[in-house]
Design a protein. Structure first.
Ligand code: A3P
Length: 314
């Protein structure tokens, strides 16, 4: 069965395998994205004070979201609630269960009714985001992370949620290098936003996960300045402290990212984005051969882009 022109349905009926379509340009994406929501998202009405947080998955998205949650409350002089509140994940169905997406509204629908200023998140490729956002209405924060740690983080996450197929590590690695995992090729995703950010620093902020780890104070300050917030050094220090890995583990209860692959659906086994939070964990998974193979691709794709990542090299 074809799901739409340009997309080939390659997996359609396994209890633990969501329907994934291979789109030549965008890699593997849940068919629901190809089918029902994309047109609406493209036409989504962006407001001038919207803040979109966008990333390739497993790049520190929730870290930025929680940082914004705190910064926004401080800026408004509100009593700070140290608990992450849900942010609409534009292209995901309410309830986070991809299998039910055909009969469930996308979270972008809820976003339409939210009061301003809104924080919204997405893992969509640049070309699939709202047209008005691409025309530079609203603000966009893109967070990127070195692609080796992204691969390992995502591989672990995929083993937990039924929204994603389960892979062996060698299988995942091969598909990841080919852009045939969820959200397509890391290089295509990241480089499109990197290019988009050049010369548009007033509306697009391109951040790196590794900078958040190594220089949290300056990164949080950069975010606050980008948003035009006037906060004190104490405010920034507070946010840095609250968004540490350890503090976020309690402030951000396990993500409701859809049904889990284990029957034991307690919080411990729910898919959590708080796993290790380190630079260089890829060393525990990549073989020497995989590393050499990946380095060759990386060199070719990143050459002359001016974009560099910290791999936690020893
Ligand atoms: P690991 O799986 O390597 O631990 P996302 O939010 O985009 O899904 O990204 C999840 C990744 O960001 C996970 O990586 C998670 O541990 C890491 N992360 C989330 N909050 C963090 C924090 N405060 N400090 C460091 N890493 C964090």
């Amino acid at each position: 069965m074809e799901v739409n022109s340009g997309s080939k349905l390659i997996s359609k009926s396994h209890v633990h395998k969501p329907q994934l379509a291979l789109d030549e340009k965008r890699g593997m994406i849940p068919t629901i994205l190809a089918d029902s929501y994309l047109k609406d998202i493209s036409n989504f009405k962006v407001r001038n004070d919207d803040i979109f947080v966008v990333s390739y998955p497993k790049s520190g998205t929730n870290w930025i979201l929680y940082t914004l949650h705190l910064l926004n409350q401080l800026q408004k002089n509100e009593k700070v609630i140290q608990q992450m509140s849900p942010v609409p994940y534009m292209e995901f169905p309410e309830g986070y269960d991809v299998a039910k997406a055909a009969s469930t509204p996308g979270q972008y629908v809820r976003a339409n009714d939210m009061p301003s200023p809104r924080v919204l998140m997405s893992h969509l490729q640049l070309e699939l985001l709202p047209r008005e956002l691409r025309a530079r209405k609203g603000k966009l924060i893109y967070i990127a992370r070195n692609p080796k740690d992204v691969a390992v983080s995502f591989y672990h996450f995929a083993s937990l949620t039924t929204n994603l197929p389960g892979y062996s590590w060698p299988e995942y690695f091969t598909k990841y290098c080919q852009g045939k995992t969820h959200r397509g090729l890391w290089f295509d995703h990241v480089l499109a936003f990197w290019e988009f950010a050049q010369g548009n620093e007033d509306t697009v902020l391109f951040l790196k996960y590794e900078d958040m780890i190594l220089n949290p104070t300056s990164t949080v300050t950069i975010i606050a300045e980008f948003l035009g917030y006037s906060l004190t050094e104490d405010n920034i220090a507070f946010v840095v402290n609250q968004t540490s890995f350890e503090n976020m583990k309690t402030a951000c209860v396990p993500l409701n990212a859809g049904p889990t692959k284990t029957k034991n659906n307690n919080n411990k086994n729910k898919p959590s984005f708080m796993r290790k939070g380190k630079i260089g964990d890829w060393r525990n998974k990549f073989t020497v051969a995989q590393n050499e193979f990946f380095d060759a691709i990386y060199e070719g794709k990143m050459k002359n882009t001016g974009l560099h990542f910290d791999f936690g090299d020893q």
